[in-house]
Design a protein. Structure first.
Length: 269
């Protein structure tokens, strides 16, 4: 009798814990956590809060100022999704870190541009000038292609190129490789900087007005520079991720991007 009583108590306890766990899971299914960079990603995601509320979901938005933590957080299950990166960066991260991330939708593209506080035109960039570029592999290659498109350098064929792959540098430019977020702050110290769209926007720079040369977003070669909604593989078909994806590709979001950014951020859905 004593043994039977103990077993019964254990079973009851396990059942109670199971019910609590199920209740928590059910509650969590109505909460979506997403990691974003401040501009433009948070501004865009803010637009879908009421859309998701109408569908019965609460959206928790967490801001990040770097490119590392949001992917780690999705991989570890701390976030349901993130929205800050382009396809090329996602692919590189998966390869280098062994992550298992994918994307559910292409949202927008931010043209990368070359900015300078001392040069008003490309011709004003002096011989031996120092140009700052992002130091992460995908964006560094992208920046070098922007400089090549302006006729400032020539680079070898390949996807993940670095300054070592420059084949022609007639003006003897020097390159300063820095974390992407630091680039706007270096404009007082260098002759020019090729800056990612989101960090340029945060610094009050406009690619269409301030850029000495701006990326051609219609170039098929930069399709993998589109910013995407990222989740961990296996979660892309969950109901809340479907709801998040639908909201982020809504007409409301498209109209907001077009009216707010006027060509510095361009919807691609």
């Amino acid at each position: 009798m004593k043994k039977t009583k103990i077993v019964s108590v254990l079973l009851a306890g396990a059942l109670a814990l199971g019910l609590i766990g199920c209740g928590a899971s059910k509650s969590d299914d109505k909460t979506i956590t997403i990691g974003v960079s401040p501009i433009p990603h948070k501004e865009i995601v803010d637009q879908i809060v009421p859309i998701l509320e109408k569908e019965g979901y609460k959206l928790e938005i967490k801001e990040f100022d770097d490119y590392e933590l949001p992917n780690t957080a999705v991989q570890d299950g701390e976030l349901d999704a993130n929205f800050f990166q382009h396809i090329a960066y996602l692919n590189t991260t998966n390869k280098e870190k062994g992550y298992d991330l994918t994307y559910t939708a292409e949202i927008h593209i931010e043209p990368m541009a070359l900015y300078s506080k001392t040069a008003k035109t490309l011709a004003d960039i002096k011989d031996g000038a120092t140009i700052a570029i992002p130091n992460d592999t995908s964006n560094e290659a992208r920046a070098l292609r922007v400089l090549e498109s302006a006729g400032l350098i020539k680079v070898a064929a390949g996807e993940l190129i670095t300054p070592k792959d420059i084949t022609e540098n007639t003006k003897n430019f020097k390159f300063k490789e820095l974390e992407a977020a630091q680039l706007p702050r270096t404009l007082d110290e260098v002759d020019g900087a090729v800056i990612n769209g989101n960090y340029a926007l945060q610094a009050g720079l406009d690619a269409t007005k301030d850029g000495l040369v701006t990326e051609n977003i219609n170039d098929p070669a930069i399709k993998n520079m589109r910013n995407v909604l990222v989740v961990k593989k296996g979660n892309e078909n969950s109901e809340k991720i479907k709801a998040l994806t639908k909201a982020l590709t809504s007409d409301t979001v498209k109209k907001f991007i077009e009216e707010k950014y006027k060509g510095t951020v361009i919807p691609v859905f």
